[in-house]
Write a protein that binds this ligand. Structure first.
Ligand SMILES: Cc1cc2nc3c(=O)[nH]c(=O)nc-3n(C[C@H](O)[C@H](O)[C@H](O)COP(=O)(O)OP(=O)(O)OC[C@H]3O[C@@H](n4cnc5c(N)ncnc54)[C@H](O)[C@@H]3O)c2cc1C
Length: 414
């Protein structure tokens, strides 16, 4: 046995699980085909979304659905030839989006969200990564008086039901927090609980460096197969074969492919998302990450520039990056903030690993002892990586889990 636990995938989820297992005294190795933090964990919007207690559902009203059917919206774009391939997943997603089911799912996810900032804080301090963290929330901008009014209701509801801290901002209050925002933003909400990370890839790499400093091993190789090996597991790669007592699959959007030959069919779809960085015009700057919900993008001040991240694209994960949503969002973003020229020629593409019920898969694989699963965090993997790491490590070491793990069990899809 090369290690007691072999972690497949060194994204934010895999690295976090590795740290938690290591803290509990297990010998752990992390295996990835790239350096840590080069997958979806590299280029996201960097929000630790403590306030996003209701997951992103499919709208169920006909008006919104018809709006999306035009395929001209910035927030969601799809390749019509790809949709039949994910029809079953889409139907499951639509069913899970029914209000009562959505609220149940939100309740199941809540214990993870409640510890997400504390779990990051602990790792950030241990890894000396405080310079990457802004503990000042983020701003949702509104483009009309009507949406601002609706925002007021939401602020009151979120404070009452979930204890979230948020301020409604009129134009003047918004300008005091963000002087460079332009008049198309008539106001907004300052969600004060979340953090934002100025370089999510560097955060994941920093957590991986902490794992190595504490004696963990990081291996390089593309996993090609996973098979039983006596009481343990054998992992074949394009290089050396690895053997371990226990294996954790944390390959993000690529997790399902590896599990299929083992008879595990996981409904996992990659929700594609892009980013590009921009300079600000003159001395224009952003102090907070800004979400333009009505259009569907985030502008986040990052180490590399102002990062514009897009919403969801449903298309073949192997298709190259494109500018469809970026171009639509860029036009609208220029109404809000004086963006300069893009700082890269090619957009970055990331794959959000998404299950139809908006919950990750966390736990042991049914009927396959010693094989553990940690993937499917969709829009909130950066937020929930360390909380997932704690939950899975507690389950693997027989500790009392801090949250009920049953809602995340793979068996719900069988
Ligand atoms: C545009 C965009 C914006 C986002 N914004 C946010 C946000 O603000 N906040 C938030 O919480 N989340 C956000 N997300 C979601 C978040 O990025 C993901 O949920 C999270 O990164 C998933 O982490 P992961 O570790 O599961 O996967 P990944 O980071 O993708 O890691 C999987 C790893 O597996 C490796 N791998 C894959 N296949 C193999 C193989 N065969 N062999 C070896 N290694 C392999 C990859 O190299 C990779 O390192 C966003 C995502 C996108 C795309």
């Amino acid at each position: 046995m090369t290690s007691q636990v072999l972690l497949l995938g060194a994204g934010i989820v895999g690295v976090s699980v590795a740290l938690h297992l290591q803290e509990r005294g297990l010998s752990v190795a992390l295996l990835d085909r790239s350096l840590p933090g080069e997958g979806a964990s590299f280029g996201n919007a960097g929000l630790l979304e403590r306030c996003c207690v209701i997951p992103y559902a499919i709208p169920r009203d006909w008006r919104s659905l018809f709006g999306h059917a035009s395929n001209l919206k910035a927030a969601v774009h799809y390749d019509p030839t790809f949709l039949p391939r994910i029809a079953r997943w889409m139907f499951g997603y639509w069913q899970a989006s029914r209000h009562d089911r959505l609220m149940k799912i939100a309740g199941e996810l809540l214990p993870l969200l409640e510890v997400c900032l504390g779990e990051h804080d602990r790792l950030v301090t241990a890894a000396g990564l405080g310079h990457l963290v802004r503990r000042q929330g983020w701003i949702e901008v509104m483009r009309s008086a009507e949406t601002l009014d609706a925002g007021a209701e939401r602020v009151a509801l979120m404070a009452r039901d979930y204890g979230l801290a948020a301020d409604l901002l009129d134009r003047g209050a918004l300008a005091r927090l963000e002087p460079s925002l332009m008049d198309a933003a008539v106001g907004g909400i300052h969600w004060r609980d979340p953090y934002s990370i100025t370089d999510p890839g560097a955060l994941t790499k920093g957590y991986a460096a902490l794992f190595e400093e504490r004696g963990g091993t990081i291996l390089r190789g593309a996993v090609t197969s996973l098979v039983r090996d006596g009481a343990g597991w054998q992992v074949k790669t394009d290089g050396e074969t690895q053997v371990a007592e226990r294996v954790v699959v944390a390959l993000g959007a690529h997790s399902a492919t590896l599990l299929k030959p083992l008879g595990l069919s996981v409904p996992l779809v990659a929700k594609r998302g892009h980013h590009l960085h921009y300079a600000g015009v003159g001395d224009a700057m952003l102090n907070h990450a800004v979400l333009d919900e009505e259009v569907g993008y985030v502008l986040a001040p990052m180490t590399r520039g102002i990062r514009l991240t897009t919403g969801v694209e449903l298309a073949d994960p192997n298709d190259p990056p494109n500018r469809v949503q970026l171009s639509r969002c860029e036009v609208k973003a220029r109404e809000i903030f004086p963006l300069g020229q893009p700082l890269e020629d090619t957009p970055w593409l990331g794959l959000r690993p998404a299950t139809p019920d908006m919950k990750p898969v966390i736990g042991e694989a049914p009927g396959l002892p010693g094989l553990w699963l940690a993937f499917g965090h969709a829009h909130h993997g950066l937020t929930l990586g360390p909380a997932t790491g704690r939950l899975l490590a507690e389950m693997m070491t027989g500790e009392a889990p801090f949250a009920d793990p049953r809602p995340f069990d793979m068996r719900r899809f069988i």
